[in-house]
Design a protein around this ligand. Structure first.
Ligand code: HEC
Ligand code: HEC
Ligand code: HEC
Ligand code: HEC
Ligand code: HEC
Ligand code: HEC
Ligand code: HEC
Length: 526
């Protein structure tokens, strides 16, 4: 008998006893995920559940298991080593006679190319500088750490990183890298990231009660994969939104806009959508070609070169020139694997389908930015302006910062209370060595968003740079009260103390932060 109070009516309607039990179990799973281990979709969609378990996306984030042992030197006298024991996995850093050791909390990346590591300290996530490269079977520095003179475990892992790599992260809005325990409601990427919430469907499992990407209009359909496969140069949130606010069925631009370089063809790791869009196949097939044309996230069998060739032939069969090579492995010639600009030590499939392989090597990086798809008209100038400021900051281009700043000052007149705009103005002014003006913008942000560690830090930093050290100290101290692991605020506060001549206080703060950052004092059992 089906006893679930809420479910009785629906069960009668559904009529079939076994399906009813399956749905009850599925519904209970939503309420008590840990109590019932079976997958909530398995009883009715066993093939999709089994198929998806083979996708690397289903293994995008996990707890460490038996990680391989290894060690490597990393320039300037640093050495990293990794060892696992019955109680977990540790990474050790030795530099200038000092040894520190960190316990790994999560492994990020299935390892098809590489695996990265996250450490957790008081519900804050930090990225390890260590990465495992599968093809070389060796540890080395993670992408982005290669050019840093003293790589360390201090890089905050923000919302964007885990948005792309996990099912559901419980990021605390307004913080850099703080999460509500248990940190992840779902660790690996789940069905719901592509199909949206399943509650309505579990109550009434019929076509149309859950998102089927293949049935959406092209922009909404593509948005589902683009939330993670289109990094662009920068991604700009709409006012008041978070990255997690995008839901399948919407266009990405309802939460944020992705900006890319106009006409750029640089091959990067997360540029599948950009490269594909450059292909003659995509440009000339009016929205028919999309990721799902070639990829089934829950395939019945592992895809082979035949699978892909068959996909090409859905459009090209019978149309190839007579002189064209007869070999049927289309991708071996038209979608080659090569090194990505930012990919570290591994190769990826170039999704730009070309007649002949592209030569490797640097390509021009135009300064102009364009929206991948435009947001609503009222946000177009705002989001573009912020994109210029962000891209200018991360790419060290003063020209882009100035361009974004000029646009922002116009926009501010029309939207004087837009916190994103004010922050952008403040950041641009701070870099332009106008700390007094930057301070005005940051103070207005703080008024709108009080009790935020990052708002306090921005005000404190602008005060410090404009020489008002006393006031800077109180704001930075407040930032650290709100978020004791906001490392950038601690660094600024140490500078304040030094300028005040309080070297002891600066030293004590340094010691306190070093102690706070230790997540595994002497527990490694070595
Ligand atoms: C009690 C059985 C049942 C459960 C549990 C169930 N589904 Fe379904 N689902 C169905 C039925 C029935 C259909 C319609 C199938 C058809 O028309 O071929 C369907 C259709 C779908 C579709 C296609 C919708 C469309 O409009 O094309 C998707 C996607 C889907 N389910 C996903 C899920 C996911 C994800 C879960 C788990 C969270 C899930 N289902 C759990 C029974 C179920
Ligand atoms: C929540 C983020 C996210 C979404 C949404 C997403 N992907 Fe992925 N995808 C990833 C990540 C991260 C990886 C790499 C996983 C790894 O190796 O750890 C990946 C890997 C893949 C792969 C590699 C091979 C494999 O094992 O499957 C393909 C193909 C792929 N995605 C296609 C798609 C398509 C098609 C869509 C849209 C229908 C999509 N992805 C949506 C994040 C996402
Ligand atoms: C915009 C989404 C996005 C962001 C942000 C992002 N990644 Fe990824 N990452 C991906 C996708 C998609 C892939 C798969 C690329 C492929 O297989 O071509 C990937 C691949 C990886 C891999 C290799 C996995 C494999 O296939 O073996 C690692 C490790 C990784 N990312 C770590 C990180 C870390 C750590 C961060 C944050 C500090 C991060 N990524 C930020 C989307 C993202
Ligand atoms: C990375 C994105 C992604 C993830 C994750 C994902 N799916 Fe899908 N799913 C799709 C796409 C895309 C389609 C449409 C396939 C098509 O018809 O081309 C689809 C279609 C479906 C359908 C309809 C199949 C049909 O015959 O029409 C079901 C059922 C389904 N998915 C169930 C699941 C279940 C259950 C999970 C989790 C175990 C899951 N999906 C995870 C992208 C995803
Ligand atoms: C949705 C339909 C579609 C699919 C699927 C498709 N193509 Fe195309 N492709 C086109 C169209 C349309 C053109 C434009 C030329 C034309 O009109 O014939 C094109 C052009 C090309 C070109 C010429 C490129 C150039 O720059 O001149 C190559 C090479 C090519 N396709 C290879 C492939 C390969 C390989 C696959 C599979 C991996 C594939 N295509 C899948 C539709 C498609
Ligand atoms: C025309 C066919 C085609 C389309 C469309 C396509 N892919 Fe691929 N994709 C491939 C092929 C072929 C591979 C290489 C598979 C292999 O080596 O096993 C691949 C590999 C991948 C990988 C694995 C990592 C790598 O670099 O080898 C990811 C991730 C991926 N695709 C994501 C996407 C996303 C996201 C989209 C949509 C923007 C997309 N693909 C559209 C054919 C396609
Ligand atoms: C051995 C390498 C090789 C393989 C395998 C291959 N191609 Fe090509 N293909 C080429 C070359 C080289 C050209 C460019 C010819 C030229 O520019 O004169 C080309 C051109 C094309 C073009 C554009 C010109 C035309 O003939 O219409 C298309 C479309 C195309 N290939 C599709 C495919 C498809 C689909 C497959 C798989 C069935 C495939 N190719 C397999 C090497 C290959």
């Amino acid at each position: 008998m089906c006893r679930g109070v809420i479910l009785v009516a629906a069960c009668n309607w559904w009529g079939r006893h076994s399906a009813c039990l399956a749905r009850l179990r599925a519904f209970l799973f939503l309420l008590f995920p840990l109590a019932l281990a079976a997958h909530p979709c398995e009883s009715c969609h066993p093939k999709e559940v089994a198929g998806y378990s083979h996708s690397s996306m289903a293994r995008s984030l996990r707890r460490p298991g038996n990680e391989p042992e290894g060690a490597f030197p990393a320039g300037s006298g640093t050495r990293f080593s990794v060892h696992s024991g019955s109680k977990g996995t540790w990474q050790r850093m030795e530099r200038a006679g000092e040894v520190s050791e960190y316990q790994v909390e999560y492994v990020i990346g299935s390892g098809s190319h590489a695996a990265g590591y996250l450490i957790r300290i008081a519900d804050h996530l930090f990225q390890s500088p260590v990465c495992y490269y599968t093809n070389r079977r060796a540890y080395d520095l993670a992408p982005g750490f290669e050019r840093i003179s003293e790589p360390d475990f201090t890089r905050p892992v923000g919302e964007e990183c885990v948005l792309c790599h996990s099912g559901r992260a419980l990021h605390v809005p307004g913080t850099a890298n703080q999460y509500t325990p248990p940190v992840f409601a779902e660790e690996a990427i789940s069905c719901e990231r592509c199909h949206g919430t399943a509650e309505a469907h579990l109550r009434r499992p019929v076509p149309g009660s859950i998102v089927n990407p293949a049935k959406l209009a092209p922009a909404a359909r593509d948005s589902i994969c683009e939330q993670c496969h289109l990094a662009g140069v920068t991604r700009i949130l709409n006012p008041g939104r978070n990255f997690g606010d995008f839901h399948p069925g919407q266009r990405l631009e309802e939460a944020f806009t992705v900006y890319t370089r106009a006409g750029a063809r640089a091959f990067k790791v997360i540029s599948h959508a950009e490269q594909l869009a450059l292909s003659a196949c995509a440009r000339n097939s009016r929205g028919r070609l999309w990721c799902g044309t070639c990829h089934d996230p829950h395939p019945r069998a592992a895809p082979t070169s035949q699978t892909y060739s068959a996909r090409c032939q859905t459009c090209h069969q019978g149309r190839l020139a007579k002189s064209h090579p007869a070999d049927t492995n289309c991708v071996s010639c038209h979608m080659t694997r090569r090194r990505a600009q930012d990919g570290g030590h591994t190769v990826f499939t170039d999704h730009r389908i070309t007649r002949r392989p592209e030569p490797d090597g640097p390509v021009p990086q135009p300064e102009d930015l364009v929206a991948w798809r435009d947001p609503e008209p009222a946000l177009q100038a705002r989001n573009l302006a912020l994109a210029y400021v962000n891209a200018g900051i991360s790419g060290r281009s003063p020209a882009q910062i100035v361009r974004g700043y000029r646009m922002l000052t116009e926009i501010e007149r029309a939207a004087p209370n837009d916190v994103g705009v004010l922050k952008g103005i403040g950041r641009a002014l701070l870099l332009g060595k106008e700390p007094v003006e930057a301070l005005k913008a940051f103070e207005r942000v703080l008024q709108s968003v009080p009790n935020s560690a990052t708002s306090e830090e921005d005000v404190g930093t602008a005060l410090l740079e404009s020489g008002q050290v006393e006031k800077a100290a109180s704001h930075l101290e407040r930032a650290l009260e709100l978020d004791p692991l906001l490392l950038s605020a601690a660094t600024a506060l140490q500078e304040v103390y030094r300028r005040q001549g309080a070297n002891e206080k600066a030293g004590a703060l340094g010691d306190r932060m070093r102690r706070a950052m230790r997540n595994s004092p002497g527990k490694s059992g070595q």
